[in-house]
Design a protein around this ligand. Structure first.
Ligand SMILES: C[S@@+](CC[C@H](N)C(=O)[O-])C[C@H]1O[C@@H](n2cnc3c(N)ncnc32)[C@H](O)[C@@H]1O
Length: 255
């Protein structure tokens, strides 16, 4: 049996009871380590689960799926994914390979950034997430066939806001409006679900200068806000962001 187990967003203890039971009965446990990360490291997970974990980087998942699935028809293998196994990144390829090889699979769901983002108080929201650059080769090293990898990079809310503003400026020069401006109210979210989570509310321009600390970050761009949503944004805002929020004239945004 192949178990795809969601680990949730915070730390080792966010695994579900069902997920932990599956992990404990598996003979091999892989930790998917390139589409998302927890604030705690692999060792903390190993200690809590009482199991050795095998790191599954992009190469292993995309090119070594056979290794992950080896003997999974006669033994139990777990594939752990931070968040939910099908939250934002689907691991459909692994599932399809398992099915095609006659290997049964089960999914143990968990909290994902896709639903945790609701904590910012918007009644309907989708957040901008971005790719994490882990185990990337420079073009030079790739051309030389050298397996030398660049240090991991995680885009920040500040960088994302800056890039969005550049796009807005470019489109404006071309005579097009995106419906998002430098003054659109946005929400920066960092390490959601962990004890170190941070939420910062401000205009897109203000978020360029916000420092939300270490990864992972997401950005929400709001549309028309209901007064209730504005109130929720106020209570969720960091003290420094309250100044930004007080600039929002809720009557402008309420429907
Ligand atoms: C490719 S998605 C994977 C999502 C994960 N499987 C899940 O279900 O939550 C990874 C991106 O989601 C966002 N993200 C994931 N977890 C986050 C968190 N705890 N706080 C803020 N953003 C997060 C980041 O933008 C990150 O680059």
């Amino acid at each position: 049996m192949l178990y795809l187990v969601g680990l949730g967003l915070g730390d080792a203890t966010d695994i579900t009871v069902k997920g932990l039971q599956a992990v404990k009965r598996c003979s091999r446990v892989y930790l998917e380590a390139y589409t998302s990360i927890l604030t705690v490291g692999k060792e903390a997970l190993e200690e809590f689960y009482g199991k050795q974990l095998i790191l599954a980087d992009r190469d292993l998942v995309e090119q070594g799926a056979d290794e992950i699935l080896k003997d999974a028809d006669v033994t139990d293998v777990a594939f752990l994914v931070v968040g939910d196994p099908f939250g934002a990144t689907t691991h459909s390829d692994l599932v399809l390979r398992a099915v095609n090889s006659g290997i049964p699979y089960k999914v143990v769901h968990n909290a994902s950034i896709m639903n945790a983002v609701g904590c910012c108080g918007l009644q309907v929201s989708s957040c901008l997430r971005w790719n994490i650059k882990v185990k990337e080769q420079s073009i030079e090293n790739m051309m030389r066939g050298k397996k030398i990898y660049e240090p991991p990079r995680f885009m920040t809310v500040s960088q994302a806001a800056d890039q969005l503003i550049q796009i807005i400026h470019r489109r404006r020069e071309e005579g097009a409006e995106l419906g998002v401006t430098e003054d659109t109210v946005c929400i920066g979210l960092a390490r959601l679900g962990s004890d170190e989570q941070k939420i910062c509310v401000g205009t897109l321009r203000q978020l360029v200068s916000c420092d939300l600390g270490g990864p992972l970050h997401s950005l929400v761009v709001t549309g028309q806000l209901h007064p209730l949503e504005v109130d929720m944004l106020r209570i969720n805002a960091e003290p420094t962001a309250l100044d930004h929020l007080s600039m929002i004239d809720s009557s402008t945004y309420s429907s």
